[in-house]
Design a protein around this ligand. Structure first.
Ligand SMILES: C[C@@](CO)(OP(=O)(O)O)[C@H](O)COP(=O)(O)OP(=O)(O)OC[C@H]1O[C@@H](n2ccc(N)nc2=O)[C@H](O)[C@@H]1O
Ligand SMILES: Nc1ncnc2c1ncn2[C@@H]1O[C@H](COP(=O)(O)OP(=O)(O)O)[C@@H](O)[C@H]1O
Length: 397
């Protein structure tokens, strides 16, 4: 017997980096969103006198020892349960490694859920979240799914009101970006005074420089204090929360056919919530051309229109784009501003190198996928994954 778990990925709809903390991590405020693209983690486990963990994978870049996030999670869970077991984990990699899509973190969460099911035990919710945070800053979000607010170093998570599933294209450039290195690069540009750790009202201009709009301190040529930056991260977390509530009220206000609960199907015309776009080809036997209806489009447009001004941007673009200029070009192709199929929003995910675009319809998403592929960059067709679907689809047959 074994348990197969879909290990879904994430994107960061917005990400603001704050100062380095005493523990070496950076304060962070981000809005995570889970995606249907996934790895598959298979766990088999039985109780034993002594714990023995073994791990296999189809991807040579993934460590198969105690450095693996899934291994750390299994060991940590057994220690907390005071239980010994023989555990085998297989990770079928489909997601990019070092892609900024939280793949390794999601593998850890999936391994925990698979292990619990195999052994017929469960940690308490708080204990799960606490264990997840010891494995990585990005792991706790995968115990919530859907739209998630992340603060602290990204590990303090709160579920946000969900958005209906949205067609999405993920561009996978052929480079990996190391997360610690990207944070170090950010520190270097902040230290040189070229960038400011950003808050709710600052804007990145096209060339990646931070405009000093809305900050009297900066407009006057001053520098931000750590406390000031922290205040702005807090402000931004309120903005993300309110964006999600505001878009929810847009939905409720315009719902002539009844208010739809977050994460429930029915918000989008056609079969979008049922699309299985979790595989590499993005193939599905269902109709994929349905447009988002007015309801969903309004919610999205509200997020994008209000969100961009309020800080729905990713600070990592300022350090990753100058190092890999082709990524800026890939973002432009995802955006497709001059095309008939422009993105609602496009950005780098996390520290990269993956980029994503969100679209009104699957037809627009397919056109964007073709634009990116035409330039020789791999592009995957998928959709955002609301919380209900995240949990409903997690355990594979
Ligand atoms: C940047 C983000 C944004 O979602 O995603 P990715 O691009 O990796 O997917 C995450 O914060 C990544 O989370 P995760 O990959 O779990 O990182 P961790 O294992 O906790 O930390 C790896 C290293 O990144 C740096 N780090 C991470 C998080 C943080 N808030 N500050 C940091 O300085 C530290 O150098 C740390 O040693
Ligand atoms: N289960 C795992 N899957 C992938 N990478 C892992 C895993 N466990 C540890 N790693 C290490 O973590 C690094 C980054 O992991 P990954 O989650 O793919 O990137 P990102 O944090 O950018 O989303 C990899 O280079 C790899 O060495």
């Amino acid at each position: 017997m074994s348990t197969r778990v879909r290990s879904f990925s994430k994107i960061n709809l917005g990400l603001a980096i704050g100062p380095v903390r005493g523990d070496g991590f950076h304060a962070l405020t981000t809005m995570y969103q889970t995606l249907a693209l996934h790895d598959v983690v298979t766990v088999s486990a039985k109780r034993a006198a002594v714990t023995a963990i073994s791990l296999t994978t189809n991807d040579a870049r993934v460590p198969v020892d105690g450095r693996n996030t899934a291994w750390k999670m299994v060991a940590g869970c057994l220690a907390r349960l005071g239980m010994a077991a023989e555990v085998e984990v297989h990770i079928e990699k489909r997601l990019p490694v070092q892609g900024g899509m939280g793949a390794g973190s999601a593998n850890a969460a999936a391994a925990l859920l698979g292990l619990e099911r195999e052994l017929g035990v469960a940690l308490g919710e708080a204990e799960r979240l606490e264990l997840a945070a010891t494995v990585g800053s990005d792991v706790p979000l995968f115990l919530i799914g859907g739209a998630v607010l992340g603060v602290g170093r990204g590990e303090l998570v709160t579920s946000l009101r969900d958005f209906a599933a949205i067609p999405c294209v993920v561009a996978v450039p052929g480079v990996g970006v190391s997360t610690p290195a990207a944070f170090r690069d950010w520190d270097a540009v902040v230290a040189r005074g070229e960038r400011f750790a950003r808050g709710a009202n600052a804007h990145l201009s096209d060339d990646g420089t931070v405009a000093k709009m809305g900050h009297p301190e900066l407009e006057a040529g001053g520098t931000l204090t750590s406390a000031g930056i922290r205040d702005r991260l807090e402000e931004l977390s309120l903005v993300y929360s309110s964006l999600s509530v505001r878009t929810e009220s847009v939905k409720a206000g315009s719902a002539k056919t009844g208010v739809v609960e977050p994460g429930a199907s029915g918000i989008v015309r056609g079969d979008l919530p049922e699309w299985d776009l979790g595989n590499k080809q993005g193939s599905s036997d269902r109709d994929q051309d349905g447009m988002l209806d007015d309801l969903a489009e309004n919610a999205l447009l509200a997020l994008v229109r209000t969100g961009i001004g309020d800080g729905l941007q990713n600070d990592f673009e300022a350090v990753v784009f100058p190092q890999y200029p082709s990524l800026r070009e890939t973002k432009r192709q995802l955006m497709g501003s001059d095309s008939g199929s422009p993105a609602l929003y496009a950005a780098l995910s996390g520290s990269g190198s993956a980029l994503f675009g969100l679209y009104r319809s699957m037809a627009d998403a397919r056109a964007a996928q073709q634009r990116v592929q035409a330039s020789g960059v791999e592009a995957l067709l998928t959709a955002t994954l609301p919380r209900d679907d995240y949990w409903r689809r997690m355990f594979a047959e």
